[in-house]
Design a protein around this ligand. Structure first.
Ligand SMILES: [Fe+2]
Length: 323
């Protein structure tokens, strides 16, 4: 599988500027486009749907505030998780899944922290708390059953692998995992509007140059990056995470080198996931193109990218878990 994927990327036609530095024409920013098109949904309907997205549990908000803080202690973590036994239960299920491949089952949070590390458990808590949300029917986008969850969790695991192969450090492993996990959260709001209007976004060779954001705006007036950013505000997500949700399709040039690298890493991870078809119908509309510029922007080189591709089958299969 890794060889197939690598061949697929290597045989891609002429590279396009995946990071699109300075290439955004006016009007191509993520966001509402209500003035230009007659769309299937009104602004009021979209804003009301955003308001109905369930709030992030208080426990998770507290953990997110600590994200990247290497000073937080394991006892702080355990005290927080114990406040929400549903999340604690799901977390233990995740820790005991093939994702960690532990030889002996873990029965307590203390054991889980010791074996898996605080950083990665914090990211898994977030995964545990968003899993149910992501089980929505999003076949209008070309997702299979429970596809957004499967795709998002696998992409998160792949983003973590990109951080490892590019030697970005443990803090990036956690932050990139979370960013990849939540990047497409805006589809939770827009997917039902597509379904209601009987619109199916699918691969279309005649419109290959029109990316998913433009296609969303053409039919709905909004795209999932803009909506995702609004959800991120509602959930009080940290600013860097909101930025990744907002810009993962249009990587900006006016951001720090570390943000640029994170965005590129998330994009590589999602495109590997798209190429592998994780959680997707065969004729899904998502772009799986990876080029040298993107690989370089993520801090990878030919050798580490090749190493990453060899790991893809194991990373993907370890991320297959029901929740
Ligand atoms: Fe996206």
């Amino acid at each position: 599988m890794a060889q197939d994927l690598f061949r697929r990327f290597s045989n891609q036609p002429a590279p396009r500027p995946t990071t699109e530095p300075g290439s955004k024409p006016p009007g191509e920013e993520s966001g509402p486009d209500k003035a230009k098109v007659k769309t299937a949904v009104s602004e009021g309907e979209v804003m009301s749907a955003i308001d109905k997205v369930p709030p992030m549990p208080a426990v998770v908000q507290s953990l997110l505030k600590q994200m990247g803080n290497q000073q937080s202690s394991t006892s702080d973590f355990e005290d927080l998780i114990r406040q929400d036994m549903v999340i604690a239960g799901r977390l233990l299920k995740l820790v005991n899944s093939p994702f960690y491949n532990l030889s002996n089952p873990v029965a307590s949070l203390s054991q889980a922290v010791t074996l898996c590390g605080l950083s990665s458990l914090r990211a898994l808590v977030l995964a545990s708390s968003t899993a149910n949300l992501m089980n929505l029917d999003l076949s209008a986008y070309g997702f299979a059953e429970k596809g957004l969850w499967k795709n998002s969790f696998a992409t998160a695991a792949l983003a973590k692998a990109v951080a490892q192969e590019s030697k970005a450090g443990p803090q990036c492993e956690e932050e990139w995992f979370v960013a990849a996990l939540l990047r497409d959260v805006g589809m939770l709001v827009l997917g039902p509007f597509l379904a209601k209007a009987d619109i199916k976004l699918r691969a279309d060779p005649d419109r290959a140059e029109i990316d998913i954001l433009r296609r969303e705006r053409q039919v709905l007036g909004y795209d999932h990056c803009w909506v995702g950013e609004r959800i991120g505000e509602r959930w009080k997500l940290p600013e860097p995470l909101r930025l990744c949700i907002a810009r993962h399709h249009r990587i900006p040039t006016d951001v720090s080198a570390s943000t640029m690298r994170q965005l590129a890493a998330v994009r590589i991870a999602e495109r590997i996931g798209y190429a592998a078809g994780i959680g997707l119908l065969k004729d899904h509309p998502f772009d799986a193109h990876i080029d040298g510029m993107l690989i370089h922007a993520a801090g990878l080189n030919a050798e580490s990218f090749s190493q990453l591709m060899k790991r893809v089958p194991a990373v993907v299969s370890s991320s297959e878990m029901p929740l």
